[in-house]
Design a protein around this ligand. Structure first.
Ligand SMILES: C[S@@+](CC[C@H](N)C(=O)[O-])C[C@H]1O[C@@H](n2cnc3c(N)ncnc32)[C@H](O)[C@@H]1O
Length: 182
């Protein structure tokens, strides 16, 4: 309850960067983490973890030797994320558009993004997608949710294959892009 209230407070304070009024529902989170493997260690980047609802689900699901790096720019959320005690998690207080400052080309297996893409300036959004594509290996996968399909075409410009699923069990209902490098 406390986390939900923190999310709403931050959403009101910084709606343009938060881009939602409530954190993701359990149904949406389940769909986002479903593709992550539990049986082998992988390198995961999370973009826009916010209050950590998706972060926790990722950590609950993945292999004990997987590594999760989260990029978040909101100071209140960064403080909340510091409360997640898990040696597999590193929280970077920097924008997603600096991804390749931290990862060499082809070293990331999965990117899971909750970024409010429709509210991010076009050039920054292009930089984030380009850097994600560079950081992901040839078998890399990118997952992103959005409340309408306005960036479907853009996703297709950056990834070899893009499919879309939908969940009504979220406020608002959400589409999930599953993007594949190969
Ligand atoms: C819709 S919230 C997602 C929170 C949570 N992951 C969820 O699904 O409920 C979007 C988050 O992206 C963060 N954000 C926005 N622009 C960002 C950027 N350029 N780099 C990293 N994080 C960013 C916001 O601060 C916010 O925490």
């Amino acid at each position: 309850m406390k986390k939900r209230w923190s999310f709403f407070r931050e959403a009101v304070k910084s709606f343009r960067s938060t881009g939602a009024i409530a954190s993701s529902s359990p149904a949406l989170i389940k769909k986002l983490v479903e593709p992550l493997p539990a049986d082998r260690p992988v390198t995961i980047v999370e973009l826009g973890p916010g209050d950590g609802c998706v972060t926790r689900a990722i950590l609950n699901k993945v292999h004990p030797k997987s590594q999760v790096t989260a990029f978040e720019i909101n100071e209140s959320f960064i403080a909340l994320l510091a409360g997640i005690e898990d040696p597999r998690l590193r929280v970077l207080p920097v924008g997603a558009e600096t991804l390749t400052d931290y990862f060499e080309a082809g070293t990331v297996d999965f990117v899971v993004s909750s970024l409010p893409l429709s509210m991010i300036p076009k050039e920054v959004k292009a930089e984030i997608l380009e850097q994600s594509r560079i950081a992901l290996g040839p078998k890399g996968e990118f997952y992103q949710y959005q409340y309408a399909l306005q960036d479907y075409g853009l996703m297709k410009d950056y990834f070899h294959k893009v499919s879309v699923s939908f969940t009504a069990a979220n406020l608002p209902p959400a589409f999930i892009y599953s993007c594949f490098m190969g």
